[in-house]
Every structure is written in C-alpha cells, then in structure tokens.
Design a protein around this ligand. Structure first.
Ligand code: ADP
Ligand code: MG
Length: 732
C-alpha cells in the first residue's frame, strides 16, 4: 500500500517543435513521445558525438574544448538560457513594430545597391496564405543565392515601415540535422558555446541526441525520487534542453542540480568512509604533564576558539579512528599553537609528528616559529626539504626510521618514498588545498604498521560554511574566528581619486614617523608580465614624485627568486621604506613595522583577497591602516568595498563575497577543490545542497554503506563524475 500513498512525480512538460512544413511527422517527436520498451543501455551514451549528423571532426574538436566528447557529455551540457519565441503567425496578423515569427515562401529576391561600402541590403518578396511582405536582411549578401523562388523558411523579426526586418531565419528545407522551427519557434534553448562551435549547432545536436536521454543512468533511488516528487533523470534532461516553458526548465534544472550535489556528497562521504573503514589510527592517551607544562609556558592565554579547537583535537586523538580535521583561521588567528599542541600530544605519548608545508619558505618559517615556541618543551625540531644536503638527508632519514627526531618540519620531501618514520602518529598539513588526494594518501602511508596518522589540515583562507560542506565534505572542520587579544583592528578606508593627494600625505607622515608602507598594484587579468610592468612603472613614478624623499623597493612575480629575496630583505630590514608590489605580497611577508597598505584598483580584487592583503599590516604595536583606491562602477563593487571597510571577520567577508559574486568567482574556490557543477550553482542552491547531504547520510545509514547492493548505481555514477581522480583533476 505504501506505493499508493506516495505521490507520483509530475512528468516534466517538454516542448516539441511542431511539424511546420506540410505536416510531416518529425522523427524527434516520435522518439520523444515513445514509451521506453527496452531497458536503458548507458553504454549507448559512450558513443562519440561524431555519430550525430553535422558533427565532423573539426566541430567535434571544438566540442571537446567545451567538455563534450561523447553523447552523455552532450546530454549533460545544459542550456544556460532560453529564448521565448512564440509560435509562427500569419503575415496578415503582423503588427507594426512587434516581434514575430512567420513561415513564408520566397517569390523573388535581390541585392539592393547602397552607397556605403560596408552595408549590403538584401530584399526578398515573401508570402503566405494570408498575405505578402518585403523581407529585409542587412549584411547577409551570401543569402541571395539561397532565396530562390519557392524556397520556404521561417523568419523572425519586426514589421517596419519599409518591410519585415529579419533578425533570424531558418530554412525549412534545411539538411536533416534538426526539425524546422528548432531555432525560431517556441522555447529556444541557448547552450554554452564558443567561437568555433555556435549555439545553433549544439542545439541541433542536442535535439538529435534527445531520444537517447532514456539511456541516461538514473542515480537517484526511486524511493527518494518519489518522496521528493522528482522527475526521473531522462525526463529531466529532456525538459532541461527543450522545456515547454520557463517553469518546466527551472524544475528540470533543480532536479539535475540536486542529482549533481547528491552525487558529489556521496563521493565525499564515501571517500571519507573508505579512509575510516578498517583504517586504524593510534588512539592517544589523554594529555599529560609535559603538554600541560608547555601550555602553561605560553606567554599568552588561549582564545576561546583556540580552547575549543584543542578540545576537538583531544576528542579526535583519543579515538582509534584517524583524525581528518581542517582548522580554518586567517593569518594571525593562532593556528600554529593548535597545530603544535596536536603534535606535542603525539610526542608525549612516545610517537613522532610531522608538519608539511607547500613551499620551502613556508617550511622554514614554520621551523623557526616552532623552535621558538618549543623552547620550553625541550623538543628538538628538524627540517627536511629538497634543499637539505644529501649527506645530512641520509643521516636524517636513518634516524627518522629509528624514532629520532620526534618532530620534523618539511615540504613534499617528507612524503617521498625513501622516507620512513618509526612511529608517525600526527601529521599537520599547512595550506591543505595545495596538496592533492595522492599526496594525502602518501602521507597516510607513513603511519606505523599500516596504521594511519591523525591528520590536522590548516588553511588560512576562510570560506563560507556552505562551500566548506562541498569542498571539505570529507573533513571535520574547526574554525578560529576570534583573533588573539591585543590585536588592533586595521582602519580601512575606501577613497576615490579626489583624495589621492591627501592619501600620499598621510603615508608620508607615517613614513616620517619611521613606519613602512606597502603599495599594491591593480590586478591585471591573467598577465603577470603586464602586471609586473605596471608595478615597475608605479615604483618609478612614486620614487620620482609623491614618495621621492623615501626609499622605494619593487616586488613582482617576474623577478628571479634572488631578486625577490633581496627586495623582501631590504623591506624587512628597514632599508626600504616602501614596497611597491603585485599581489605576490599576499604570501610570506611579515614586517611588523609596516603599518600602511595602499591598494590600487581595489574593485578588481575579491573580498577575501583584499582581506588577506590587509592582513600584511597590523602585525605590530602601531596602529595600522588600509587605504583602498577603488572605482566602484557597479553597485556590487560598491557593496563589496563597503563590506571590506566595515567588516573585520574573514569568514563574514567570505559569505558576503559569495552572496555578491557567486561561487565561481571567489578567490580560492577552485583551489579548494570544488568541482565545476553543470546544473547546480552556489549559494543559490544551498537549500538543495543541505538536502542532498542530509539524504546521502540517511541513505548510507539505512543501507550501512552507499556501496551496498540495494543502493543502485549511485556510487558508480558518483565516481564517474566526481571520483577521487576527477576531483583532484578539477582542483588542479
Ligand atoms: P596563524 O598560524 O593562524 O597565522 P599564529 O599561530 O602564527 O597564527 O599566531 C600569530 C601570532 O599570534 C603569533 O605570534 C602567536 O604567538 C600569537 N598568538 C597565538 N595565539 C595567541 C593568543 N591566544 N593570544 C595572544 N597571542 C597569540
Ligand atoms: Mg601561521
């Protein structure tokens, strides 16, 4: 009886172009309406798109660039817009100035000479049963040959005084790639296209491929679809490409977006499950005297967030299941203390711990910080990078395998095959998004006797909660939002050109007081070379004009590492007063005497990026300032600049950025390993995302595993679309 109580999903309404030309039955229409007689065969969709009419090797290559290789890809290449075209009307019903589509026959056509070289006018006398009109094309001279008497076509445009001004046309006797009316009547889908592959062609292919939609894998369990009143995958695909109306299009998109988010969450949950399943870590005893003494020796009290983080870490470390936790907190939020605590817990229990950073500079920085912080704990720290000399490295590897040293900091060099730990219980990974899935696995393999180390991942890029669910669905997360006591807020001002002189005067005053300043040049799209030239020019300009009494240094990404090191060295030693730089200052500079940051073209930066830039100042005892030169040409740009001026919390800024710009635009989204969704879009689909996650967990709990036989093809499809390899590839 259960089935009777469950509502049947509403079948989506699909638009089928009428058989316009003389009532012939369209093949597409017949196939679309046909009930499914045989079982779906998903392998049908693995066929290359060259199977389609009008898909030669050249266009197929262009399609591949859009991510369309086989028929399945084509089905999942969804329209991003729709044009609402009415059904054709009779010529007699045309009204002056109104857009309409009419189906006509040509009586004759001729090119009209014009005086202007770039203008051609093509005129055709056309008629239907209700009347006749002069149809006019501008700059379409090549059409003249095809407008032979008797040719039939659909034209869309406007009736004007001198005739019918044609915007689009479609010959009814077109090659049999698609039914007449596909491009000019009803709801016309517009697919993402390119210079070499026009939307019309994709539309024709999509139409031809529609009957095959019935072979699409249905990854959502039937029960779930009934509960949520969702159409099945095949119907949703058809309705998304060729909807009856806007509502049908949106309903289909939502269904496909849900499916996408559902599969992605399933992939994340399973990946996590696989690591947890049967994986044994090392359950550590509770923190003892050594760790307590070290905590007591810190010259500051922990923030509330730090204390909470330690509690969460304690809970994880006590379990035999290995920890997979992400610690998010912006620069200066005190992540290092939490990381160090976690590592000391391993040492105290007689094991080893490692910290892995993405670059040598960062590894060396961590090494120095840990040395200082550990002075009291009496634990020696060792550094291992690719710069470690061979003899030293050999010696180090030998002792690591023997259980000494206990605490090692390094780069990728730590997870090379030749490195063996005698008992690695805790690993900390800094800037986790810069390491791939394979590297995480290599780190896991360093645990003793098949056991996995507890892993704490660090990231300084705060991202909104909704995104962290998608990006880090396979990690537990902890956030440090609260900045340590005594940190003074950075005073941030957004100013226009009219206050430039005033801004430089302000900077000169700070410099005369002995402070230093950063000047960050605008972000130039995709060209480091242009960006570097702009920075050079700005440095030259400033040292000849507004800042001529001060020492100006230059830093950009096109300089050699030697030159960069020299510039940074000059600035940190105080030999330079001003550092003119591109965004390379974002990473790795820490000069507490620098108290002013001026950013040019601030409207071009993401909020999170501005916030990170701003984090370069405010690191010492002096009050710090951030001056943003911005030209907020749009309301969105103004809203973002207002937000950065008033909001200090990086997480809150990330939320604002997300809501204003959408997920695709946010700095670091790609870096965080989020895949590019085809139907889903965040944050608009946050509701769907949360529902998808809830349903995935529910399904797993009901069957014990998403791979259980009763679950259906869900995981195969999830792996196909979002498997580890694929997620990693997308993150690259
Ligand atoms: P992060 O690694 O998140 O960038 P750090 O752990 O390096 O931040 O901390 C930044 C600075 O703040 C360090 O000098 C550190 O010693 C100090 N610090 C950390 N926690 C606190 C605290 N609770 N109170 C005061 N200062 C702190
Ligand atoms: Mg740090």
């Amino acid at each position: 009886m259960e089935a009777a109580l469950e509502p049947t999903p509403d079948p989506p309404r699909v638009y089928v172009p009428r058989a316009l030309a003389g009532g012939e039955v369209l093949e597409g229409e017949r196939l679309l309406a046909a009930p499914l007689k045989s079982n779906p065969r998903p392998s049908v969709l693995d066929a290359p798109i060259t199977k389609l009419r009008g898909a030669g090797p050249k266009l197929a290559a262009a399609a591949a660039e859009l991510g369309i290789s086989d028929l399945g890809d084509l089905l999942r290449h969804l329209p991003h817009a729709y044009r609402d075209r009415a059904e054709p009307i009779g010529l007699g019903d045309l009204k002056l100035g109104e857009e309409a589509t009419v189906q006509v026959e040509v009586a004759g056509a001729k090119l009209r000479p014009t005086r202007r070289r770039r203008l051609t006018i093509l005129e055709a006398d056309v008629f239907d049963a209700s009347g006749k009109v002069k149809a006019v094309w501008f700059n379409r001279a090549w059409l003249a040959d095809r407008l032979q008497p008797g040719a039939r076509l659909l034209i869309r445009g406007k009736l004007e005084k001198r005739g019918f001004n044609v915007a689009e046309h479609e010959f009814l006797e077109a090659p049999a790639r698609a039914p007449a009316g596909l491009h000019t009547t009803g709801i016309v889908p517009v697919h993402p296209a390119s210079e070499r592959l026009r939307p019309q062609r994709i539309r024709e292919w999509a139409w031809q491929a529609m009957p095959l939609a019935r072979h699409a894998v249905e990854p959502l369990p039937g029960r779930l679809r009934r509960e949520l009143r969702m159409a099945d995958a095949a119907d949703a695909l058809v309705a998304s490409h060729f909807p009856a109306d806007e509502h049908a299009a949106e309903a289909a998109r939502e269904r496909l977006a849900f499916e996408e988010l559902f599969l992605y969450q399933a992939a994340l949950v399973t990946r996590r499950g696989r690591r947890a399943k049967g994986a044994r870590g090392i359950a550590l005893p509770e923190a003892g005297a050594r760790v307590a003494a070290w905590l007591g020796s810190l010259p500051f009290a922990l923030t509330g967030d730090q204390r909470r983080a330690l509690e969460e870490v304690d809970r994880d470390l006590g379990l035999a299941q290995p920890m997979q936790r992400l610690l998010m907190g912006e620069v200066g939020s005190g992540k290092t203390v939490v990381a160090l605590y976690t590592m000391l817990r391993a040492l105290e229990a007689g094991h080893q711990a490692a910290l892995m950073a993405p670059t040598e500079t960062l590894a060396e920085q961590h090494f120095r910080t840990l040395e200082t912080l550990l002075a009291e704990a009496g634990a020696p720290v060792t550094l291992l990078t690719s710069a470690t000399l061979p003899a030293r490295r050999r010696e180090l590897l030998e002792s690591l395998a023997a259980g000494q040293p206990e605490l090692v900091v390094g780069t990728h060099a730590l997870i090379e095959e030749t490195v063996t730990f005698s008992s690695l219980a805790v690993a900390v990974v800094d800037e986790q998004h810069r390491f791939g899935v394979r590297q995480r696995a290599a780190l896991d393999a360093k645990g003793p006797g098949g056991r996995l180390p507890h892993v704490l991942h660090l990231t300084a890029t705060p991202i909104p909660r909704t995104l962290s669910l998608t990006a880090y669905g396979d990690l537990d997360t902890t956030a440090l939002r609260e900045l340590p006591e005594g940190r003074r807020p950075i005073r941030t001002r957004v100013v226009g050109e009219d206050r430039r002189a005033e801004a430089y005067e302000f900077i000169r005053e700070r410099l005369r007081e002995g402070r230093q300043a950063y000047v960050v040049c605008p972000l130039v799209s995709d060209s480091e070379a242009i960006e570097a030239r702009a920075a050079e020019a700005e440095a030259r300009r400033l040292s000849n004009t507004e800042l001529r009494d001060f020492r100006v240094a230059l830093l950009h990404g096109q300089m050699s590492s030697d030159e960069k090191a020299r510039a940074m060295g000059a600035f940190s030693s105080g030999d330079a007063d001003v550092l003119v730089a591109t965004t390379v200052v974002e990473v790795g500079i820490d000069v507490s005497n620098a108290t002013v940051m001026l950013v040019e073209g601030a409207e071009r930066f993401g909020l999170s990026q501005l916030h990170q830039l701003r984090g370069r100042v405010g690191r010492g005892e002096h009050e710090s300032f951030c001056i943003l030169f911005g030209d907020p040409e749009s309301a969105a740009a103004k809203a973002r600049l207002d937000a950065i001026a008033t909001e200090r919390d990086g997480f809150a800024l990330a939320e604002v950025d997300l809501s204003i710009r959408g997920e695709g635009e946010i700095l670091g989204t790609r870096q965080h390993g989020l895949p590019r969704f085809r139907a889903a879009s965040l944050p608009e689909d946050t509701g769907l995302l949360l529902e998808a996650r809830r349903r995935v967990l529910e399904l797993r709990d009901r069957f014990g595993s998403l791979e259980a036989p009763g679950v259906g093809p869900l995981m195969d499809e999830a792996r196909r679309r979002f498997g580890d390899e694929r997620v990693e590839q997308l993150a690259a």
